[in-house]
Design a protein around this ligand. Structure first.
Ligand SMILES: Nc1ncnc2c1ncn2[C@@H]1O[C@H](COP(=O)(O)OP(=O)(O)OP(=O)(O)O)[C@@H](O)[C@H]1O
Length: 315
């Protein structure tokens, strides 16, 4: 039977905590979330802190029971499904949840034995560049090394769908590249990958599809191209000769972000999103006049996911 291209769908999922009788009453954390992920694609879930990402993923994985709506993971309701579904799904949590006193080699061999057809351990070790620390207890590993062990543990059962919560958090650029390559390899093998990240450049590079969650609802979704190319607005980059103060940034006519995650220092490149006409340029130059700033260089670029994220965050 051909596999359904969707590996995950959430339809109008609501999730509430508390009770009408408690002092704080009922709090709706998810307010009708629609979310889909396909096999052979990387689907990125973005959102500001507290948007409901972890809660949505908890519902998607069957850890939390939605108060309303439907969830389908690999064709089953994850809340009711048994071990059969869990064996087909890999989950990498942000904190890893790894036992501290075990060596990665022992741990991963143990997890591999729980699965009928595990991924050959040596291949995973090579792909994640882990051979240097397979014999070191988890307690002594660096944060980045633990991340890679947790990722390996989530993949060793050859899952059909995998949830990766900030897989590259705390990784150095080389290890991050290693993880990127593995995620790309998994996608090419047809896995459905659902990933959360706060690194918007990473999301832009990896995502086939993006959902942006805010206040418990998906406010934007689409491919990176669909989200960033609205046919009219662009981002304006300017080089600031000095550090910009919080008050100056708050007075800006459009959200300002540091290009490429640089520091707010003299010579930093700032990006102003959503510039769609002379009126926006006028507001920007007016702001420069107000704060007495003469930018070093000014140029236009296509919008990025970061611009879209900022627009959503402040709207
Ligand atoms: N069981 C609970 N009881 C009360 N409030 C909760 C509960 N679970 C989550 N929340 C609240 O719901 C909101 C969404 O939480 P959630 O962890 O899903 O957000 P998030 O998008 O994953 O945030 P972050 O990026 O900070 O990890 C937060 O304000 C959180 O405090």
């Amino acid at each position: 039977m051909p596999q359904h291209p969707l590996c995950l769908s959430l339809r109008q999922v609501r999730y509430a905590v508390g009770s009408a009788r408690s002092a704080t009453g009922v709090q709706e954390i998810l307010r009708g979330v629609d979310f889909t992920a396909r096999r052979g694609e990387v689907t990125v879930l973005l959102g500001p802190n507290g948007a409901g990402k972890t809660t949505a993923l908890g519902c998607a994985q069957g850890l939390l029971r939605p108060s309303q709506g439907t969830v389908s993971l690999l064709g089953e309701d994850p809340w009711r499904a048994g071990a059969g579904l869990r064996a087909r799904v890999g989950v990498m949590l942000q904190d890893g949840g790894l036992p501290q006193s075990v060596r990665p080699k022992v741990l991963l061999e143990h997890v591999a034995r729980l699965h009928a057809d595990p991924w050959p351990l040596q291949d995973l070790v090579d792909r994640l560049d882990m051979s240097g620390f397979m014999g070191t207890t988890v307690r002594r590993l660096s944060g980045g090394q633990r991340q890679r062990v947790a990722l390996a543990a989530s993949l060793i059962g050859r899952p059909e769908a995998v949830f990766l919560d900030e897989p590259s958090a705390g990784l150095d650029p080389q290890s991050r590249q290693t993880v990127f390559e593995l995620v790309t390899h998994l996608r090419d093998r047809g896995l459905g990958i659902v990933l959360t990240t706060h690194l918007l450049e990473e999301a832009q590079r990896l995502a086939d599809s993006v959902h942006i969650l805010k206040d418990g609802v998906v406010v934007r979704h689409g491919t990176v191209a669909e989200l960033t190319d609205d046919g009219r607005s662009r981002r304006l980059i300017f080089v600031s000769p000095r550090t910009l103060t919080r008050a100056e940034l708050e007075a800006a006519p459009t959200p300002m972000s540091l290009d490429g995650g640089a520091d707010n220092e003299p010579g930093a490149r700032w990006a102003a999103g959503g510039i769609s006409g002379p009126q926006d340029l006028h507001r920007l130059t007016d702001w420069w006049r107000q704060i007495d700033l003469m930018p070093g260089e000014v140029s236009f670029e296509a919008r990025t996911l970061e611009d879209v994220f900022w627009e959503v965050s402040v709207s």
